[in-house]
Design a protein around this ligand. Structure first.
Ligand code: 5GP
Length: 176
């Protein structure tokens, strides 16, 4: 099975514009504090890198890595911490920065782990929201784009670790 680049769903310009808007919104909402932006590796790093450059406020970044997909195109439902945060988030204003929310299983898991560490506040920002696939309701505070139930690649999102560098979001077409 291989994947090729299909139709472009979200262009580079659209992403740029929306990330700038999200940066403005977050800067307004967190004007009086120094939030910790937690990026979920690896898919979330491109979005995080662009988002923080649109922030007008002091902030910190940290990373965690979990496994949920087994390199394929469907969620395995199994979520495991591969790498934990380096910052103690107790009493901090935390924003989880995700590339995509699909079933919601990964985010629900990360959210419960982080809430157990007693941050002052915990919000969620995702570039893409694949609403039709949601299995668990998770509260999302900042959404870049809602997308249909398609397997997408680009702007951090991979197929077997490839295509993360595409500057746009495209449908990954599976050829058998
Ligand atoms: P969930 O647990 O919400 O089903 O899946 C979350 C994770 O699955 C995302 O962080 C991402 O790594 C991966 N994922 C979900 N949908 C897609 C998709 O359409 N394309 C890619 N490349 N990864 C996806």
């Amino acid at each position: 099975m291989a994947v090729r680049i299909g139709k472009i769903l979200i262009t580079e310009d659209d992403i740029k514009r929306r990330v700038a808007e999200l940066g403005e919104e977050i800067s307004r909402d967190y004007a009086d504090t120094t939030p910790v932006l937690v990026s979920v590796l690896k898919g979330g790093i491109i979005f995080l890198a662009d988002l923080v450059r649109e922030l007008k406020i002091l902030h910190e970044i940290d990373f965690m890595s979990v496994s949920s997909y087994n390199g394929g195109t469907e969620s395995s439902g199994v979520v495991r911490i591969l790498q934990d945060l380096s910052i103690n988030i107790e009493g901090e204003d935390v924003i989880i920065v995700e590339d995509i929310v699909d079933s919601g299983l990964t985010l629900d898991y990360i959210r419960s782990i982080l809430l157990a560490r007693h941050p002052k506040t915990l919000r969620i920002c995702t570039l893409l929201d694949k609403k039709p696939k949601r299995e668990i309701e998770v509260p999302i505070d900042y959404i870049g784009f809602e997308i249909p139930d398609e397997f997408v690649i680009g702007y951090g999102l991979d197929y077997e670790q490839k295509y993360r560098n595409l500057p746009y979001i495209a449908i990954g077409v599976v050829d058998d």
